[in-house]
Design a protein around this ligand. Structure first.
Ligand SMILES: C[S@@+](CC[C@H](N)C(=O)[O-])C[C@H]1O[C@@H](n2cnc3c(N)ncnc32)[C@H](O)[C@@H]1O
Length: 213
């Protein structure tokens, strides 16, 4: 009852990275399409990509007409579009080798476009002990607050989506936040990677605008 959806909690953080105005965005590993539907309110067109046929069928049911739901593996297939204003990914990057995925996503952005992703780090008690303790306590406190909101009917209070049961998940992420930051920096100079409290890391990178000589 006190559990809640950490991915949904970070939607607002990611939406703040959206350039405005926004013509075309990509959601990589879109799952059931909940975030793609939110992007669709802020962008002319959204491509929502996932390699799970079940997830793409669910995403098609839940998203409006300006969302193009595509069954594809981001590492094996071409991206559905190019020159994206922004590329987002929630809890999917830890499903794939970061050093393979990041160059593909970087190539898909227009100059000045933004890559913003939230993914799961492996537990790193040595570097992140304080965050782990605060997260464990905060998870329960916020869980109680969100439950009260749901009971009062004021909002969904980050309730877990029943559709998540069928979602492909990885329980044992391969990289700590620190390792993800080191790997990302070798591929994307200037990338920022930081631990978020509730068992996620945030990766943000803006594609450089190269000056004509
Ligand atoms: C934990 S789910 C997260 C879904 C959604 N972003 C959310 O926040 O609810 C991870 C998703 O990434 C997808 N995925 C994993 N590897 C992928 C790949 N190489 N190409 C496309 N999708 C992938 C999975 O099929 C799964 O739906």
């Amino acid at each position: 009852m006190l559990d809640w959806d950490h991915n949904a909690y970070y939607h607002r953080l990611l939406l703040r990275q959206l350039p405005q105005p926004c013509r075309l965005v990509l959601d990589v590993g879109c799952g059931a399409g909940v975030f793609a539907a939110r992007l669709a309110q802020r962008s002319e067109q959204v491509d929502a990509l996932d390699r799970s046929a079940e997830m793409i069928e669910e995403a098609k049911r839940r998203t409006p007409g300006n969302v193009n739901c595509v069954l594809a593996d981001v590492l094996a297939d071409s991206l559905p579009g190019k020159d994206y204003d922004a590329i987002f990914s929630i809890s999917a990057l830890h499903h794939m080798p970061l050093q393979d995925a990041l160059p593909v996503l970087a190539a898909g952005l227009r100059p000045g476009g933004v890559l913003a992703a939230v993914a799961l780090p492996r537990r790193d008690v040595r570097r992140e002990l304080l965050a782990e303790i605060v997260a464990a306590v905060g998870h329960r406190l916020l869980g109680a607050m969100f439950l009260a909101k749901r009971l009062l009917g004021s909002d969904r209070g980050f309730a877990k989506d029943p559709g998540r049961a069928a979602m492909p998940v990885i329980m044992d992420p391969p990289l700590t936040t620190h390792e993800a930051a080191l790997q990302a920096a070798t591929v994307l100079p200037g990338v920022r990677v930081r631990r978020l409290l509730f068992w996620r890391y945030l990766l943000i990178w803006q594609k450089p605008i190269t000056q004509a000589s």
